[in-house]
Design a protein around this ligand. Structure first.
Ligand code: RVP
Length: 500
């Protein structure tokens, strides 16, 4: 006879936190959101931690190198999407690892023969008016000059004029050596009243450009997630089919953590993949696994050597797995069950395996609930897809801006490896939708607001860090009537009158 769970499974929207005592030390500025990313032994530190409990989803519409840099600046981590060739994914890893904060590689290189007309067309595409002129037109060619919009008058000059006639030539440029630090570069920028300082090697080849505005921006990111060489950390999604080919390329590119991306992780394929990677490359290579929704699934992956375990089936905003296949579990119940198993496993073995709650975060407070329920960090797709830094198009529909967002199980992504159960190499039916989400602006501003809400609620619960929240939190299920009570009710919003 089938097994029946005694209780229905619930999701975040059905829970609330009941405040606890807050001392006078309990202020948002004192809250630390640092959290483990990978497993560790009792009394030891995890090899990898996050400075904020947020990672971005392994999805084409969410995590590319641009998102990875923006999120690492905030203290989180992106897992680059795996539904691309191993070479393309490794290239993305390289882009993140070679990115030097404040040091920009030229993206609009031109040759001395490039005409004014071509420069204007390029400016339209890149949005950048400062361009480096190199001998061969490559980003690291011999620097011959710089052109900015102050060097030409569109109304007075012929569109055929070559840039060599109006650029500032190298001899007249203020430049610095490639080894210059950001602080030194900034000093030169201020002393010489520049907007941009080119850094060149001993053969006059262009290495980087440092812009005045980037230095001030860099000061804003105090939580940055960086490695021992001050490079941004980045993760990458892998699958249970081509890991033997993909993983070495990602490791060569400098990836910091891997995660097996699958809609259903309680499977022999995951055990084989974890085993292969840890035997071949050693335990220092960190691999998360999932997704699971109960204690058996968690224990299976923990024993198979997963460095963290991801929880969630069917709760993603673009996910229709529950409707198409009838499998899944309410995200809150799944998370609570798995986190209890994680704590018992820790007591028995002394090994703490971090848990990631994946999908279904709708409101900012759901993050605090998930942390209180035992999650160490969240994976978010819809949340990040709304920002400037996500890889998708921003479109205007009926006067409002949206970003595109599609599931990995949709026909658009065609990520059959994520839904692979062995057998044919194809997506037999869709488990995800292709959609739009309201555009929300820059990641930095939004993450700032979200985390200030998280810190504030933690203070209400008397917690100055995530572990303390998990120990002290008091959670209550709410009835559907009290959910109504939680919104504004029995009043007429003023904006119903002001528009008349
Ligand atoms: P959300 O943050 O609610 O948008 O959910 C994102 C999660 O949804 C992903 O991390 C992944 O686990 C899941 N996903 C991605 N694609 C699909 C699908 O097509 N069904 N589901």
């Amino acid at each position: 006879m089938a097994f029946y769970y005694k209780e229905p499974s619930h999701t975040f929207g059905e829970y609330l936190l009941v405040p606890g005592y807050s001392s006078d030390k309990c202020i948002p500025a004192n809250v630390s959101l640092k959290t483990p990313l990978t497993k560790f032994k009792k009394g030891e530190e995890p090899a990898l931690s996050l400075n904020i409990p947020m990672v971005s989803a392994i999805m084409q519409a969410v995590s590319d190198d641009r998102m990875a840099i923006a999120l690492a600046k905030e203290g989180g981590l992106s897992f680059l999407y795996g539904s691309q060739t191993p070479e393309q994914e490794a290239q993305m890893v390289k882009k993140v690892k070679s990115y030097k904060s404040g040091f920009v590689s030229s993206d609009s290189n031109i040759k001395p023969t490039t005409t004014l007309g071509e420069i204007l067309a390029l400016k339209e595409v890149t949005g950048h008016s400062t361009m480096a002129v190199t001998e061969d037109g490559t980003p690291t060619g011999k620097l011959l000059g710089i052109v900015t919009s102050r060097d030409y008058r569109v109304t007075r000059m012929s569109m055929d004029t070559p840039v060599s006639e109006f650029m500032t030539p190298f001899e007249k440029l203020v430049y610095a050596d490639a080894g210059t630090t950001l602080t030194e570069a900034n000093d030169i920028i201020w002393e010489s009243k520049l907007n941009m300082l080119p850094l060149v090697d001993k053969n006059q080849r262009l290495m980087y450009m440092v812009f005045r505005k980037d230095y001030t921006e860099d000061k804003e990111f105090e939580n940055q997630l960086i490695d021992e060489n001050k490079r941004y950390r980045v993760g990458a999604g892998i699958n249970t089919r081509d890991y033997a080919e993909r993983v070495p390329l990602l490791l060569d590119a400098g990836v910091d953590a891997l995660c097996i991306d699958s809609s259903e992780g309680y499977s022999e394929w995951q055990r084989i993949t974890l085993d292969y990677i840890h035997k071949k490359f050693g335990p220092e290579v960190k691999v998360g696994a999932g997704n699971v929704v109960d204690r058996e699934g968690f224990l299976f992956l923990a024993k198979a050597g997963a460095d963290f375990v991801k929880v969630g089936i069917g709760g993603g905003s673009i996910c229709i797995t529950r409707e198409t296949k009838g499998i899944g579990r309410g995200q809150a119940t799944a998370l609570i069950d798995v986190c209890q198993a994680r704590d018992e496993y820790y007591k028995e073995t002394g090994i703490y395996v971090p848990v990631c709650s994946d999908g279904g975060i709708v409101h900012d407070y759901h993050i605090t609930l998930a942390l209180a329920m035992g999650a160490d960090f969240m994976m978010l797709g819809r949340y990040f897809s709304r920002f400037d830094e996500s890889p998708t198009n921003k479109v205007k529909l009926n006067g409002t801006f949206y970003k595109e967002y599609w599931g990995e199980g949709s026909n658009r992504a065609r990520n059959w490896q994520r839904y692979d159960l062995g057998g044919a190499s194809k997506l037999s039916f869709e488990e995800g939708v292709d959609s739009y989400v309201p555009y929300a602006g820059p990641l930095h501003d939004n993450v700032g607001i979200t985390l200030s809400k998280v810190r504030s609620t933690m203070c209400n619960c008397g917690a100055l860090n995530i572990k303390e929240l998990q120990d002290k939190a008091k959670l209550t299920l709410v009835s559907s009537v009290s959910i109504v009570e939680g919104g504004s009710h029995d009043v007429i919003p003023r904006d119903q009158f002001t528009s008349r």
